[in-house]
Design a protein around this ligand. Sequence first.
Ligand code: DGT
Ligand code: CA
Ligand code: CA
Ligand code: ZN
Length: 583
Amino acid sequence: MSRNTEVASVLEEYADLLEAQDVDYKPNTYRRAASNIRDYPDAVEDLAAEGADAVQQIDAVGESIASKVVEYIETGEIEELAAEREKLPVDIEQLTAVEGVGPKTVKQLYDALGVQTLDDLEEVARAGDVQDVEGFGPKTEQNILDHIEFARAAQERELLGDGRPVAEDVRSFLADVDEVDRVEVAGSTRRWRETIGDVDVLAASDAGEAVGEALVNWDRVDETLDLGPTKTSVRMNDLRVDLRVVVDEEFGAALQYFTGNKDHNITLRNHAIEQGKKVNEYGVFDVSDVAGDAEGQRVGERLAGETEEGVYDAVGLPWMPPELREDRGEVEAAISGDLPDLVERPDVRGDLHTHTNWSDAELSVRDMLEAAESVGHDYVAITDHADGPGVFGDTGLSDADIREQVDELEAARDAVDIDVFHGIEVNITEDGDVVETSDDLLADLDVVIASPHSGLGESGGDQTERLVAAIEHPGVDVLGHPSGRLINDRPAMQFDPDALAAAAADAGTALEINSNPHRLDLWGSVVQTAVDAGATIAVNTDAHSASEYEYIEYGVHTARRGWAEAGDVLNTRDADGVREFLE
Ligand code: DGT
Ligand code: CA
Ligand code: CA
Ligand code: ZN
Protein backbone atom coordinates (compact mmCIF):
# COMPACT_ATOMS: atom_id res chain seq x y z
CA MET A 1 0.00 0.00 0.00
CA SER A 2 0.92 3.52 -0.20
CA ARG A 3 2.03 5.93 2.48
CA ASN A 4 -1.25 7.86 2.41
CA THR A 5 -2.22 6.78 5.93
CA GLU A 6 1.15 7.78 7.34
CA VAL A 7 1.07 11.21 5.68
CA ALA A 8 -2.51 11.74 6.87
CA SER A 9 -1.64 11.04 10.48
CA VAL A 10 1.34 13.40 10.36
CA LEU A 11 -0.95 16.18 9.09
CA GLU A 12 -3.49 15.33 11.76
CA GLU A 13 -0.84 15.61 14.43
CA TYR A 14 0.07 19.05 13.05
CA ALA A 15 -3.61 20.05 13.12
CA ASP A 16 -3.93 18.96 16.75
CA LEU A 17 -0.81 20.84 17.78
CA LEU A 18 -2.06 24.00 16.07
CA GLU A 19 -5.45 23.66 17.70
CA ALA A 20 -3.77 23.27 21.08
CA GLN A 21 -2.17 26.67 20.48
CA ASP A 22 -5.59 28.17 19.74
CA VAL A 23 -4.99 28.61 16.02
CA ASP A 24 -8.26 29.17 14.17
CA TYR A 25 -9.47 27.49 10.93
CA LYS A 26 -6.11 26.02 9.95
CA PRO A 27 -6.52 22.83 12.00
CA ASN A 28 -9.73 21.94 10.19
CA THR A 29 -8.18 22.70 6.83
CA TYR A 30 -5.39 20.26 7.67
CA ARG A 31 -7.80 17.61 8.92
CA ARG A 32 -9.91 17.79 5.81
CA ALA A 33 -6.80 17.48 3.66
CA ALA A 34 -5.54 14.58 5.78
CA SER A 35 -8.78 12.71 5.42
CA ASN A 36 -8.78 13.13 1.64
CA ILE A 37 -5.16 12.01 1.41
CA ARG A 38 -5.92 8.94 3.48
CA ASP A 39 -8.75 7.97 1.13
CA TYR A 40 -7.02 9.01 -2.09
CA PRO A 41 -6.88 6.02 -4.42
CA ASP A 42 -3.34 6.68 -5.68
CA ALA A 43 -0.09 6.76 -3.73
CA VAL A 44 0.63 10.19 -2.31
CA GLU A 45 4.38 9.56 -2.58
CA ASP A 46 3.99 9.20 -6.35
CA LEU A 47 2.23 12.55 -6.53
CA ALA A 48 4.86 14.09 -4.27
CA ALA A 49 7.58 12.83 -6.61
CA GLU A 50 5.96 14.87 -9.37
CA GLY A 51 5.93 17.94 -7.16
CA ALA A 52 3.58 20.05 -5.03
CA ASP A 53 1.32 20.86 -7.98
CA ALA A 54 0.50 17.20 -8.43
CA VAL A 55 -0.30 16.79 -4.72
CA GLN A 56 -2.82 19.63 -5.08
CA GLN A 57 -4.96 17.37 -7.27
CA ILE A 58 -6.25 15.93 -4.01
CA ASP A 59 -9.39 17.69 -2.83
CA ALA A 60 -8.88 20.32 -0.14
CA VAL A 61 -5.10 20.19 -0.46
CA GLY A 62 -3.81 23.70 -1.13
CA GLU A 63 -0.37 25.02 -1.93
CA SER A 64 0.95 25.17 1.60
CA ILE A 65 -0.22 21.69 2.60
CA ALA A 66 1.04 20.23 -0.67
CA SER A 67 4.50 21.65 -0.09
CA LYS A 68 4.54 20.17 3.42
CA VAL A 69 3.59 16.79 1.99
CA VAL A 70 6.46 17.00 -0.48
CA GLU A 71 8.82 18.08 2.30
CA TYR A 72 7.73 15.12 4.39
CA ILE A 73 8.12 12.59 1.60
CA GLU A 74 11.53 13.99 0.67
CA THR A 75 13.05 14.54 4.11
CA GLY A 76 10.97 12.43 6.50
CA GLU A 77 9.95 15.49 8.49
CA ILE A 78 8.18 18.82 8.33
CA GLU A 79 10.09 21.71 9.82
CA GLU A 80 7.02 23.59 11.03
CA LEU A 81 5.67 20.44 12.64
CA ALA A 82 8.98 19.90 14.44
CA ALA A 83 8.71 23.45 15.78
CA GLU A 84 5.19 22.80 17.09
CA ARG A 85 6.34 19.54 18.69
CA GLU A 86 9.05 21.47 20.49
CA LYS A 87 6.52 23.96 21.85
CA LEU A 88 4.26 21.20 23.09
CA PRO A 89 6.28 18.00 23.55
CA VAL A 90 3.43 15.55 24.15
CA ASP A 91 2.06 12.44 22.50
CA ILE A 92 -0.97 14.30 21.26
CA GLU A 93 -2.43 11.45 19.24
CA GLN A 94 -2.39 9.16 22.25
CA LEU A 95 -3.77 11.77 24.65
CA THR A 96 -6.57 12.99 22.40
CA ALA A 97 -7.63 9.36 21.98
CA VAL A 98 -9.19 9.71 25.44
CA GLU A 99 -12.81 10.70 24.97
CA GLY A 100 -13.38 14.26 26.15
CA VAL A 101 -9.70 15.19 25.88
CA GLY A 102 -9.06 17.55 22.96
CA PRO A 103 -5.90 19.34 21.89
CA LYS A 104 -6.63 22.35 24.09
CA THR A 105 -7.12 20.14 27.13
CA VAL A 106 -3.80 18.48 26.35
CA LYS A 107 -2.07 21.84 26.43
CA GLN A 108 -3.72 22.84 29.71
CA LEU A 109 -2.69 19.56 31.31
CA TYR A 110 0.84 19.89 29.98
CA ASP A 111 1.19 23.45 31.23
CA ALA A 112 -0.28 22.71 34.64
CA LEU A 113 0.94 19.19 35.35
CA GLY A 114 3.53 18.32 32.71
CA VAL A 115 1.37 15.54 31.24
CA GLN A 116 3.05 14.13 28.10
CA THR A 117 1.77 10.58 27.76
CA LEU A 118 -1.25 8.44 28.56
CA ASP A 119 0.64 7.01 31.55
CA ASP A 120 1.28 10.53 32.88
CA LEU A 121 -2.40 11.35 32.44
CA GLU A 122 -3.50 8.27 34.30
CA GLU A 123 -1.09 9.02 37.12
CA VAL A 124 -2.25 12.61 37.70
CA ALA A 125 -5.92 11.67 37.35
CA ARG A 126 -5.56 8.88 39.90
CA ALA A 127 -3.72 11.19 42.25
CA GLY A 128 -6.64 13.64 42.03
CA ASP A 129 -4.49 16.42 40.60
CA VAL A 130 -6.58 17.00 37.49
CA GLN A 131 -9.62 18.33 39.34
CA ASP A 132 -7.49 21.14 40.79
CA VAL A 133 -6.46 22.48 37.39
CA GLU A 134 -8.38 25.62 36.47
CA GLY A 135 -11.39 24.83 34.31
CA PHE A 136 -11.41 21.18 35.40
CA GLY A 137 -13.36 19.48 38.15
CA PRO A 138 -14.00 16.11 39.75
CA LYS A 139 -16.39 15.19 36.93
CA THR A 140 -13.82 15.79 34.19
CA GLU A 141 -11.25 13.88 36.18
CA GLN A 142 -13.56 10.90 36.59
CA ASN A 143 -14.43 11.08 32.91
CA ILE A 144 -10.75 10.86 32.01
CA LEU A 145 -10.26 7.85 34.28
CA ASP A 146 -13.32 6.18 32.75
CA HIS A 147 -11.97 6.49 29.22
CA ILE A 148 -8.26 5.85 29.57
CA GLU A 149 -8.66 2.12 29.30
CA PHE A 150 -10.60 2.37 26.04
CA ALA A 151 -7.96 4.69 24.61
CA ARG A 152 -5.22 2.28 25.61
CA ALA A 153 -6.97 -0.73 24.12
CA ALA A 154 -7.64 1.20 20.93
CA GLN A 155 -3.93 1.63 20.33
CA GLU A 156 -3.40 -2.08 20.16
CA ARG A 157 -5.70 -2.88 17.27
CA GLU A 158 -5.76 -1.49 13.77
CA LEU A 159 -8.70 -0.73 11.52
CA LEU A 160 -9.74 -3.42 9.07
CA GLY A 161 -9.83 -0.60 6.54
CA ASP A 162 -6.05 -0.22 6.97
CA GLY A 163 -5.30 -3.95 7.14
CA ARG A 164 -7.42 -5.28 4.30
CA PRO A 165 -5.58 -3.42 1.49
CA VAL A 166 -2.21 -4.49 2.93
CA ALA A 167 -3.38 -8.10 3.15
CA GLU A 168 -4.57 -8.06 -0.42
CA ASP A 169 -1.31 -6.55 -1.64
CA VAL A 170 0.71 -9.18 0.22
CA ARG A 171 -1.44 -11.90 -1.22
CA SER A 172 -1.04 -10.72 -4.79
CA PHE A 173 2.69 -10.20 -4.30
CA LEU A 174 3.12 -13.76 -3.01
CA ALA A 175 0.88 -15.21 -5.70
CA ASP A 176 3.52 -14.08 -8.19
CA VAL A 177 6.40 -15.70 -6.32
CA ASP A 178 7.49 -18.82 -8.25
CA GLU A 179 7.79 -21.11 -5.23
CA VAL A 180 4.23 -20.33 -4.06
CA ASP A 181 1.49 -22.81 -5.04
CA ARG A 182 -1.43 -21.17 -3.26
CA VAL A 183 -1.87 -18.17 -1.01
CA GLU A 184 -4.78 -16.83 1.06
CA VAL A 185 -5.43 -14.17 3.65
CA ALA A 186 -6.34 -15.74 7.03
CA GLY A 187 -7.08 -14.58 10.60
CA SER A 188 -9.39 -11.74 11.58
CA THR A 189 -8.72 -9.98 8.27
CA ARG A 190 -10.32 -12.90 6.42
CA ARG A 191 -13.26 -12.83 8.84
CA TRP A 192 -13.62 -9.07 8.15
CA ARG A 193 -13.48 -8.23 11.83
CA GLU A 194 -13.65 -4.44 12.20
CA THR A 195 -10.30 -4.25 13.95
CA ILE A 196 -7.31 -6.52 13.59
CA GLY A 197 -4.35 -7.33 15.80
CA ASP A 198 -2.21 -8.35 12.86
CA VAL A 199 -2.56 -9.52 9.28
CA ASP A 200 -2.23 -13.28 8.74
CA VAL A 201 -1.34 -14.72 5.36
CA LEU A 202 -0.94 -18.38 4.51
CA ALA A 203 1.02 -19.79 1.60
CA ALA A 204 1.46 -23.32 0.27
CA SER A 205 4.96 -24.14 -0.91
CA ASP A 206 7.71 -26.78 -0.74
CA ALA A 207 10.28 -24.02 -0.40
CA GLY A 208 9.29 -22.06 2.71
CA GLU A 209 12.68 -20.47 3.05
CA ALA A 210 12.51 -18.91 -0.41
CA VAL A 211 8.98 -17.63 0.20
CA GLY A 212 9.99 -15.94 3.45
CA GLU A 213 13.05 -14.44 1.73
CA ALA A 214 10.89 -13.10 -1.08
CA LEU A 215 8.61 -11.35 1.39
CA VAL A 216 11.33 -9.71 3.48
CA ASN A 217 13.09 -8.51 0.33
CA TRP A 218 9.96 -6.86 -1.03
CA ASP A 219 10.45 -3.08 -1.13
CA ARG A 220 7.08 -2.50 0.52
CA VAL A 221 8.29 -4.14 3.73
CA ASP A 222 9.53 -1.68 6.35
CA GLU A 223 11.08 -4.09 8.85
CA THR A 224 11.72 -7.81 9.26
CA LEU A 225 10.60 -9.10 12.65
CA ASP A 226 11.14 -12.79 12.09
CA LEU A 227 12.37 -14.93 9.20
CA GLY A 228 12.13 -18.69 8.90
CA PRO A 229 11.01 -21.58 6.68
CA THR A 230 7.51 -21.83 8.21
CA LYS A 231 6.93 -18.46 9.82
CA THR A 232 8.00 -14.99 8.74
CA SER A 233 6.81 -11.71 10.23
CA VAL A 234 7.28 -8.24 8.86
CA ARG A 235 6.09 -4.72 9.52
CA MET A 236 4.36 -2.84 6.71
CA ASN A 237 2.38 0.42 6.99
CA ASP A 238 2.63 0.16 10.77
CA LEU A 239 0.99 -3.26 10.68
CA ARG A 240 2.41 -6.60 11.63
CA VAL A 241 2.07 -9.20 8.88
CA ASP A 242 2.47 -12.88 9.82
CA LEU A 243 3.19 -15.27 6.99
CA ARG A 244 2.92 -19.02 7.50
CA VAL A 245 4.13 -21.46 4.90
CA VAL A 246 2.83 -25.03 4.80
CA VAL A 247 2.97 -27.89 2.30
CA ASP A 248 0.22 -27.90 -0.28
CA GLU A 249 -1.29 -31.10 1.11
CA GLU A 250 -2.01 -29.41 4.45
CA PHE A 251 -3.01 -25.98 3.14
CA GLY A 252 -6.76 -26.44 3.72
CA ALA A 253 -6.34 -27.53 7.32
CA ALA A 254 -3.90 -24.71 8.02
CA LEU A 255 -6.21 -22.16 6.38
CA GLN A 256 -9.11 -23.38 8.48
CA TYR A 257 -7.00 -23.23 11.64
CA PHE A 258 -5.41 -19.82 11.02
CA THR A 259 -8.69 -18.23 10.00
CA GLY A 260 -10.15 -18.86 13.44
CA ASN A 261 -11.50 -17.47 15.43
CA LYS A 262 -10.16 -19.48 18.31
CA ASP A 263 -13.59 -20.22 19.78
CA HIS A 264 -14.95 -21.37 16.43
CA ASN A 265 -11.98 -23.73 16.14
CA ILE A 266 -12.61 -25.13 19.60
CA THR A 267 -16.29 -25.73 18.89
CA LEU A 268 -15.39 -27.40 15.60
CA ARG A 269 -12.77 -29.58 17.28
CA ASN A 270 -15.27 -30.67 19.93
CA HIS A 271 -17.78 -31.54 17.22
CA ALA A 272 -15.08 -33.69 15.57
CA ILE A 273 -14.14 -35.39 18.83
CA GLU A 274 -17.73 -36.64 19.18
CA GLN A 275 -17.15 -38.50 15.92
CA GLY A 276 -13.80 -39.95 16.99
CA LYS A 277 -11.99 -37.49 14.77
CA LYS A 278 -9.28 -34.95 15.36
CA VAL A 279 -9.05 -31.59 13.60
CA ASN A 280 -5.85 -29.57 13.78
CA GLU A 281 -3.74 -27.32 11.58
CA TYR A 282 -2.32 -30.38 9.74
CA GLY A 283 -5.50 -32.15 8.78
CA VAL A 284 -8.52 -34.14 9.93
CA PHE A 285 -7.68 -37.57 11.32
CA ASP A 286 -9.77 -40.57 12.29
CA VAL A 287 -8.41 -41.40 15.72
CA SER A 288 -11.10 -43.90 16.76
CA ASP A 289 -8.60 -46.78 16.48
CA VAL A 290 -5.64 -44.91 17.90
CA ALA A 291 -4.35 -45.70 21.39
CA GLY A 292 -4.94 -42.87 23.84
CA ASP A 293 -1.24 -42.29 24.40
CA ALA A 294 -0.28 -42.01 20.72
CA GLU A 295 2.17 -39.18 20.19
CA GLY A 296 2.11 -36.40 17.61
CA GLN A 297 -0.31 -34.26 15.68
CA ARG A 298 -0.54 -36.42 12.55
CA VAL A 299 -1.92 -39.62 14.07
CA GLY A 300 -4.60 -41.98 12.85
CA GLU A 301 -6.05 -42.21 9.38
CA ARG A 302 -5.80 -38.92 7.49
CA LEU A 303 -9.23 -37.92 6.16
CA ALA A 304 -8.70 -34.40 4.83
CA GLY A 305 -6.44 -31.35 4.85
CA GLU A 306 -5.81 -30.26 1.30
CA THR A 307 -8.83 -27.99 1.06
CA GLU A 308 -10.92 -26.16 3.60
CA GLU A 309 -14.12 -27.66 2.13
CA GLY A 310 -12.56 -31.07 2.70
CA VAL A 311 -11.87 -30.29 6.35
CA TYR A 312 -15.49 -29.32 7.09
CA ASP A 313 -16.80 -32.16 4.94
CA ALA A 314 -14.71 -34.71 6.84
CA VAL A 315 -16.63 -33.85 10.01
CA GLY A 316 -19.99 -33.83 8.20
CA LEU A 317 -20.38 -30.07 7.82
CA PRO A 318 -20.74 -27.74 4.87
CA TRP A 319 -18.00 -25.15 4.31
CA MET A 320 -18.92 -21.92 6.00
CA PRO A 321 -18.00 -18.34 5.09
CA PRO A 322 -15.21 -16.92 7.30
CA GLU A 323 -17.44 -14.03 8.42
CA LEU A 324 -19.60 -16.55 10.29
CA ARG A 325 -16.74 -18.14 12.20
CA GLU A 326 -17.16 -16.24 15.44
CA ASP A 327 -18.72 -19.01 17.51
CA ARG A 328 -22.11 -17.34 17.51
CA GLY A 329 -24.01 -20.53 16.67
CA GLU A 330 -22.60 -21.26 13.21
CA VAL A 331 -21.44 -24.81 13.96
CA GLU A 332 -24.86 -25.70 15.41
CA ALA A 333 -26.57 -24.09 12.40
CA ALA A 334 -24.31 -26.04 10.06
CA ILE A 335 -25.19 -29.29 11.83
CA SER A 336 -28.91 -28.65 11.47
CA GLY A 337 -28.56 -27.36 7.90
CA ASP A 338 -29.64 -23.85 8.87
CA LEU A 339 -26.67 -21.78 7.73
CA PRO A 340 -27.80 -18.51 6.19
CA ASP A 341 -27.34 -17.83 2.51
CA LEU A 342 -25.36 -14.64 3.06
CA VAL A 343 -25.84 -11.43 1.14
CA GLU A 344 -23.10 -10.74 -1.44
CA ARG A 345 -21.71 -7.56 -2.92
CA PRO A 346 -23.43 -8.03 -6.31
CA ASP A 347 -26.82 -8.28 -4.52
CA VAL A 348 -26.52 -4.64 -3.47
CA ARG A 349 -28.11 -2.35 -6.05
CA GLY A 350 -27.79 1.09 -4.60
CA ASP A 351 -26.67 3.37 -1.81
CA LEU A 352 -29.17 5.23 0.37
CA HIS A 353 -26.86 7.59 2.28
CA THR A 354 -24.55 10.06 0.54
CA HIS A 355 -23.48 13.69 0.84
CA THR A 356 -22.68 16.56 -1.50
CA ASN A 357 -21.30 20.09 -1.36
CA TRP A 358 -24.70 21.19 -0.10
CA SER A 359 -23.49 20.04 3.30
CA ASP A 360 -20.02 18.82 4.30
CA ALA A 361 -18.76 17.00 1.20
CA GLU A 362 -16.88 18.27 -1.82
CA LEU A 363 -18.74 17.07 -4.89
CA SER A 364 -21.86 18.49 -6.50
CA VAL A 365 -25.13 16.57 -6.62
CA ARG A 366 -24.49 15.74 -10.23
CA ASP A 367 -20.96 14.49 -9.58
CA MET A 368 -22.19 12.22 -6.80
CA LEU A 369 -24.94 10.83 -9.02
CA GLU A 370 -22.50 10.16 -11.83
CA ALA A 371 -20.09 8.49 -9.43
CA ALA A 372 -22.90 6.25 -8.17
CA GLU A 373 -23.71 5.29 -11.72
CA SER A 374 -20.10 4.51 -12.48
CA VAL A 375 -19.77 2.11 -9.52
CA GLY A 376 -22.70 0.25 -11.05
CA HIS A 377 -25.55 1.25 -8.75
CA ASP A 378 -29.13 1.19 -10.05
CA TYR A 379 -30.10 4.00 -7.69
CA VAL A 380 -28.73 6.36 -5.08
CA ALA A 381 -30.13 8.67 -2.43
CA ILE A 382 -28.69 12.12 -1.79
CA THR A 383 -29.04 12.72 1.94
CA ASP A 384 -27.26 15.85 3.05
CA HIS A 385 -27.12 16.95 6.67
CA ALA A 386 -29.99 18.93 8.11
CA ASP A 387 -29.34 21.62 10.68
CA GLY A 388 -29.31 20.37 14.20
CA PRO A 389 -27.26 19.47 17.23
CA GLY A 390 -23.86 18.04 16.45
CA VAL A 391 -23.76 19.17 12.85
CA PHE A 392 -20.43 20.68 12.00
CA GLY A 393 -20.45 24.46 11.84
CA ASP A 394 -23.00 25.82 9.45
CA THR A 395 -22.94 22.89 7.03
CA GLY A 396 -26.44 21.69 7.93
CA LEU A 397 -29.34 22.52 5.63
CA SER A 398 -32.47 24.45 6.61
CA ASP A 399 -35.88 23.51 5.24
CA ALA A 400 -35.51 26.27 2.66
CA ASP A 401 -32.12 24.91 1.55
CA ILE A 402 -33.58 21.47 1.04
CA ARG A 403 -36.49 22.83 -0.98
CA GLU A 404 -33.91 24.62 -3.09
CA GLN A 405 -31.83 21.48 -3.51
CA VAL A 406 -34.81 19.88 -5.23
CA ASP A 407 -34.22 22.02 -8.31
CA GLU A 408 -30.59 21.06 -8.62
CA LEU A 409 -31.49 17.44 -8.07
CA GLU A 410 -34.14 17.54 -10.78
CA ALA A 411 -31.64 18.97 -13.23
CA ALA A 412 -28.93 16.46 -12.30
CA ARG A 413 -31.36 13.55 -12.51
CA ASP A 414 -31.38 13.82 -16.31
CA ALA A 415 -27.61 13.48 -16.47
CA VAL A 416 -27.68 9.89 -15.24
CA ASP A 417 -29.41 6.68 -16.09
CA ILE A 418 -30.11 5.56 -12.54
CA ASP A 419 -32.96 6.20 -10.12
CA VAL A 420 -32.42 9.08 -7.75
CA PHE A 421 -33.97 9.46 -4.31
CA HIS A 422 -34.02 12.78 -2.56
CA GLY A 423 -33.42 12.48 1.12
CA ILE A 424 -31.98 14.11 4.18
CA GLU A 425 -29.98 13.10 7.21
CA VAL A 426 -31.60 14.58 10.29
CA ASN A 427 -30.19 14.71 13.78
CA ILE A 428 -31.55 12.81 16.74
CA THR A 429 -31.84 15.12 19.72
CA GLU A 430 -30.96 13.92 23.18
CA ASP A 431 -34.60 13.04 23.78
CA GLY A 432 -35.00 11.15 20.53
CA ASP A 433 -36.89 13.73 18.54
CA VAL A 434 -35.60 14.94 15.20
CA VAL A 435 -35.56 18.70 15.16
CA GLU A 436 -35.21 21.71 12.91
CA THR A 437 -36.67 19.92 9.96
CA SER A 438 -40.44 20.18 9.67
CA ASP A 439 -42.61 17.09 9.52
CA ASP A 440 -44.09 18.39 6.26
CA LEU A 441 -40.70 18.43 4.63
CA LEU A 442 -39.83 14.99 5.96
CA ALA A 443 -43.05 13.67 4.43
CA ASP A 444 -42.18 15.21 1.07
CA LEU A 445 -38.74 13.65 0.88
CA ASP A 446 -38.16 10.14 -0.45
CA VAL A 447 -35.89 8.99 2.34
CA VAL A 448 -35.17 10.26 5.84
CA ILE A 449 -32.14 9.04 7.74
CA ALA A 450 -32.03 9.92 11.42
CA SER A 451 -28.60 9.74 13.01
CA PRO A 452 -27.12 10.68 16.37
CA HIS A 453 -24.51 13.42 16.00
CA SER A 454 -24.52 14.74 19.56
CA GLY A 455 -24.51 13.26 23.03
CA LEU A 456 -22.22 10.53 21.74
CA GLY A 457 -19.84 8.22 23.52
CA GLU A 458 -20.72 6.06 26.46
CA SER A 459 -20.83 8.76 29.11
CA GLY A 460 -24.51 9.50 28.48
CA GLY A 461 -25.58 6.18 30.00
CA ASP A 462 -28.11 3.94 28.34
CA GLN A 463 -29.47 5.53 25.15
CA THR A 464 -31.99 2.89 24.14
CA GLU A 465 -34.98 5.16 24.67
CA ARG A 466 -33.51 7.91 22.56
CA LEU A 467 -32.78 5.57 19.65
CA VAL A 468 -36.12 3.81 19.89
CA ALA A 469 -37.91 7.17 19.81
CA ALA A 470 -36.08 8.02 16.59
CA ILE A 471 -36.95 4.64 15.09
CA GLU A 472 -40.61 5.21 15.93
CA HIS A 473 -40.69 8.76 14.57
CA PRO A 474 -43.22 8.60 11.72
CA GLY A 475 -40.99 10.61 9.37
CA VAL A 476 -37.92 8.41 9.78
CA ASP A 477 -37.03 5.61 7.34
CA VAL A 478 -33.52 4.64 8.38
CA LEU A 479 -31.61 4.86 11.66
CA GLY A 480 -28.12 6.01 10.57
CA HIS A 481 -24.88 4.89 12.27
CA PRO A 482 -26.93 3.99 15.35
CA SER A 483 -24.19 3.82 17.98
CA GLY A 484 -22.24 6.87 16.83
CA ARG A 485 -18.99 5.03 17.41
CA LEU A 486 -15.74 5.91 15.70
CA ILE A 487 -13.63 2.82 15.97
CA ASN A 488 -10.64 3.44 18.26
CA ASP A 489 -11.70 7.08 18.67
CA ARG A 490 -15.12 7.14 20.27
CA PRO A 491 -16.91 4.29 22.01
CA ALA A 492 -20.38 3.24 20.95
CA MET A 493 -23.34 4.63 22.86
CA GLN A 494 -24.84 2.11 25.19
CA PHE A 495 -28.12 0.57 24.05
CA ASP A 496 -30.07 -2.65 24.24
CA PRO A 497 -29.75 -4.44 20.86
CA ASP A 498 -32.93 -6.50 21.42
CA ALA A 499 -35.01 -3.40 22.08
CA LEU A 500 -33.58 -1.63 19.05
CA ALA A 501 -34.18 -4.64 16.83
CA ALA A 502 -37.76 -5.15 18.01
CA ALA A 503 -38.62 -1.46 17.59
CA ALA A 504 -37.12 -1.38 14.09
CA ALA A 505 -38.98 -4.50 13.00
CA ASP A 506 -42.22 -3.09 14.41
CA ALA A 507 -41.93 0.40 12.98
CA GLY A 508 -40.64 -0.71 9.60
CA THR A 509 -37.57 1.49 10.04
CA ALA A 510 -34.36 0.15 8.58
CA LEU A 511 -31.22 -0.08 10.70
CA GLU A 512 -28.11 1.12 8.94
CA ILE A 513 -24.79 -0.58 8.60
CA ASN A 514 -22.65 2.45 7.96
CA SER A 515 -19.88 1.01 5.76
CA ASN A 516 -17.23 3.61 6.53
CA PRO A 517 -14.31 1.57 7.97
CA HIS A 518 -14.03 4.09 10.82
CA ARG A 519 -17.61 3.33 11.81
CA LEU A 520 -18.90 -0.10 10.73
CA ASP A 521 -21.97 0.79 12.73
CA LEU A 522 -23.97 -1.40 13.30
CA TRP A 523 -21.67 -4.40 13.54
CA GLY A 524 -21.91 -8.21 13.37
CA SER A 525 -23.44 -9.26 16.67
CA VAL A 526 -26.05 -6.49 16.71
CA VAL A 527 -26.92 -7.07 13.06
CA GLN A 528 -27.46 -10.73 13.90
CA THR A 529 -29.90 -9.70 16.66
CA ALA A 530 -31.69 -7.35 14.25
CA VAL A 531 -31.97 -9.95 11.51
CA ASP A 532 -33.28 -12.51 14.00
CA ALA A 533 -35.96 -10.05 15.07
CA GLY A 534 -37.03 -9.51 11.47
CA ALA A 535 -35.69 -5.99 11.15
CA THR A 536 -34.52 -4.63 7.79
CA ILE A 537 -30.89 -3.63 7.33
CA ALA A 538 -29.68 -0.84 5.04
CA VAL A 539 -26.05 -1.15 3.95
CA ASN A 540 -24.98 2.44 3.21
CA THR A 541 -21.65 4.15 2.67
CA ASP A 542 -22.39 7.67 3.91
CA ALA A 543 -20.08 8.62 1.02
CA HIS A 544 -18.62 12.12 1.25
CA SER A 545 -16.61 11.62 -1.97
CA ALA A 546 -16.71 9.49 -5.10
CA SER A 547 -14.13 6.99 -3.86
CA GLU A 548 -16.09 6.38 -0.65
CA TYR A 549 -18.77 4.52 -2.61
CA GLU A 550 -16.28 1.65 -2.53
CA TYR A 551 -16.75 1.35 1.24
CA ILE A 552 -19.87 -0.66 0.45
CA GLU A 553 -17.72 -3.78 0.43
CA TYR A 554 -16.94 -3.31 4.13
CA GLY A 555 -20.64 -2.86 4.85
CA VAL A 556 -21.60 -5.99 2.94
CA HIS A 557 -19.04 -8.09 4.81
CA THR A 558 -20.27 -6.58 8.08
CA ALA A 559 -23.81 -7.61 7.12
CA ARG A 560 -22.45 -11.09 6.48
CA ARG A 561 -20.89 -11.08 9.94
CA GLY A 562 -24.44 -10.44 11.14
CA TRP A 563 -25.83 -13.44 9.22
CA ALA A 564 -27.79 -11.20 6.86
CA GLU A 565 -29.24 -12.68 3.70
CA ALA A 566 -30.05 -10.60 0.62
CA GLY A 567 -33.69 -10.51 1.70
CA ASP A 568 -32.77 -8.82 4.98
CA VAL A 569 -31.08 -5.92 3.22
CA LEU A 570 -33.19 -3.05 1.93
CA ASN A 571 -30.84 -1.98 -0.84
CA THR A 572 -30.73 -5.38 -2.49
CA ARG A 573 -34.24 -4.55 -3.71
CA ASP A 574 -34.77 -2.79 -6.99
CA ALA A 575 -35.75 0.88 -6.93
CA ASP A 576 -39.47 0.06 -6.84
CA GLY A 577 -38.92 -2.33 -3.97
CA VAL A 578 -37.09 0.37 -2.05
CA ARG A 579 -39.87 2.86 -2.82
CA GLU A 580 -42.41 0.42 -1.47
CA PHE A 581 -40.47 0.10 1.78
CA LEU A 582 -40.12 3.86 2.13
CA GLU A 583 -43.80 4.60 1.65
P1 DGT B 1 -6.31 -10.69 15.70
O1 DGT B 1 -5.02 -10.85 14.97
O2 DGT B 1 -6.14 -10.43 17.15
O3 DGT B 1 -7.19 -9.68 15.07
O4 DGT B 1 -7.12 -12.06 15.61
P2 DGT B 1 -6.85 -13.35 14.79
O5 DGT B 1 -8.10 -14.14 14.82
O6 DGT B 1 -6.28 -13.04 13.46
O7 DGT B 1 -5.81 -14.12 15.71
P3 DGT B 1 -4.27 -14.44 15.57
O8 DGT B 1 -3.58 -13.58 14.59
O9 DGT B 1 -3.72 -14.43 16.96
O10 DGT B 1 -4.25 -15.95 15.09
C1 DGT B 1 -4.78 -16.33 13.84
C2 DGT B 1 -5.68 -17.50 13.98
O11 DGT B 1 -4.94 -18.63 14.45
C3 DGT B 1 -6.80 -17.36 14.98
O12 DGT B 1 -7.94 -16.73 14.44
C4 DGT B 1 -7.09 -18.78 15.33
C5 DGT B 1 -5.75 -19.44 15.26
N1 DGT B 1 -5.19 -19.54 16.60
C6 DGT B 1 -4.23 -18.78 17.13
N2 DGT B 1 -3.95 -19.18 18.38
C7 DGT B 1 -4.77 -20.21 18.65
C8 DGT B 1 -4.97 -21.06 19.78
O13 DGT B 1 -4.32 -20.93 20.81
N3 DGT B 1 -5.92 -22.01 19.67
C9 DGT B 1 -6.66 -22.17 18.53
N4 DGT B 1 -7.58 -23.11 18.49
N5 DGT B 1 -6.51 -21.40 17.48
C10 DGT B 1 -5.57 -20.44 17.53
CA1 CA C 1 -4.40 -11.84 13.08
CA1 CA D 1 -1.17 -13.57 13.79
ZN1 ZN E 1 -24.13 10.96 6.71
